[in-house]
Design a protein around this ligand. Structure first.
Ligand code: CS2
Ligand code: MG
Length: 405
């Protein structure tokens, strides 16, 4: 079965998504996600100009060989654009192989390890009270784990908080130039403990609480935050400090037992190797789209299991439903799966473009047994939502210094 054609789509049903369709000479096709938020067209061009010509005529069955060919064959390895393009091809080939076998991809990985995939939902608000109101709604819907992000008083906008937008898609989807957002670690420390103290007072100890620091703190500040929040028993503190210098986590680990999660910005196993093998983290959050696809995530997952590190795949609104589907198969199989980030199955436009049969019940997601990834992409619906350039924000400290968004 040969690769006959590869189509690359970019559409914007609420926000931009890059979708790859690998079509074989048998008529079977597979889908992959190549969305890099704020740099989508770089991946489209990379795929169309540099990867697609090399793949036509190759056997669609040779998933590993194609992965190695694209990873090693570029010479200039790694990187967000390169690995997202490889990821999309890889996801599509696993989709095809599942369709040929008549099996869902998780069966090809090793079968089912759990009855469902535990999710964590997002709660956010302009005040602690409205944040906890949203959390209460999620708890009523059956979610057992909630990420809390609340506005920092005195800042114009805070990561993870919607402001006057109705949802993440409206927040992220229409930024023709990078908005600039202020950050103050001092102001953040003035509010963050209250958020979790009030959450525990309101909800008790059963619900799992999480928080995304979004790489805003220096290592010692992260250590301080970890110690401050230990008594609230978080499931994990995400991106406590910047991700490039993995030694940052040695500093944090010396001071606090709060569980640490990182990885959404990583794009190969090499980015997370030292953190995992030195047990400096407790959850690895690499995303199929950003870290090289199912083939790569399977490798990272197995490596992490040797060091008691669990997976907690990234699940932000800029990862398409195809990426979420790939995670669902990995999460259903992985013996060391921890928890899956969940921001919903998309708005009405997204569900019009991407069709999948994933059931959400009592805070868990359940895959159908459709062969492959179990997702469809409606090309004509996608045409209704043309690409529009949109950026992620840039963060600055109050003195104007560029900071980590
Ligand atoms: C966040 C993401 O969901 C998360 O954990 O870190 O929403 C992140 O901000 C986006 O993926 C950036 O595109
Ligand atoms: Mg994050």
């Amino acid at each position: 079965m040969k690769i006959k054609q590869i189509k690359v789509f970019i559409c914007s049903p609420g926000r931009n998504f890059v979708t790859v369709k690998v079509i074989t000479d048998s008529g079977l096709y597979g889908l992959g996600d190549a969305t890099v938020n704020g740099r989508e067209m770089a991946v489209v061009t990379y795929l169309e100009e540099h990867l697609v010509p090399c793949l036509i005529g190759r056997s669609a069955h040779d998933i590993e060989d194609i992965w190695q060919y694209l990873y090693k064959g570029v010479y200039w390895r790694k990187g967000a654009i390169n690995m997202a393009a490889i990821a999309a091809i890889d996801m599509a080939l696993w989709d095809i192989k599942g369709k040929v076998a008549g099996l869902p991809v998780y069966q090809l990985l090793g079968g089912r390890s759990r009855r469902g995939v535990t999710l964590y939902a997002h709660a956010n608000g302009e005040t602690i009270e409205t944040t906890l109101d949203m959390a209460e709604e999620h708890i009523k819907q059956g979610f057992k784990a909630i990420r809390l992000q609340s506005a920092v008083p005195g800042l114009n906008v805070t990561y993870g908080v919607l402001g006057d937008k109705k949802d993440y898609y409206e927040l992220q989807g229409n930024r023709p130039l990078p908005p600039e957002e202020d950050w103050s670690t001092h102001k953040y420390f003035n509010m963050v403990e209250d958020l979790f103290r009030q959450a525990r007072e309101r909800f008790g100890n059963d619900v799992q609480l999480l928080h995304d620091v979004h790489s805003r703190l220096t290592p010692i500040e992260s250590a301080r935050l970890g110690k401050l929040l230990e008594k609230y028993n978080l499931l994990f503190l995400e991106d406590a400090s910047m991700a490039e210098n993995q030694d940052n986590y040695k500093v944090i680990r010396q001071h606090t037992t709060i569980p640490l999660a990182i990885g959404e910005t990583y794009n190969t196993i090499w980015d997370c190797k030292d953190l995992i093998q030195n047990q400096l983290i407790d959850y690895i959050r690499v995303a199929a789209t950003h870290a090289g696809g199912i083939t790569a995530l399977r490798r990272i997952t197995d490596f992490a299991s040797v060091y008691n590190v669990k997976t907690a795949p990234h699940g932000a609104p800029d990862l398409s439903p195809i990426c979420f589907a790939a995670h669902m198969h990995l999460n259903t199989w992985a013996p060391n799966f921890g928890i899956q980030e969940f921001v919903g199955l998309g708005n009405e436009q997204i569900r019009q473009v991407f069709q999948q049969d994933i059931q959400i019940k009592d805070g868990m997601a359940h895959l159908s047994d459709a062969p492959g990834l179990g997702i469809e992409f409606d090309e004509s619906a996608a045409k209704e939502y043309p690409y529009r350039r949109s950026y992620l924000p840039v963060s600055r400290l109050e003195d104007g210094t560029v900071w980590n968004w």
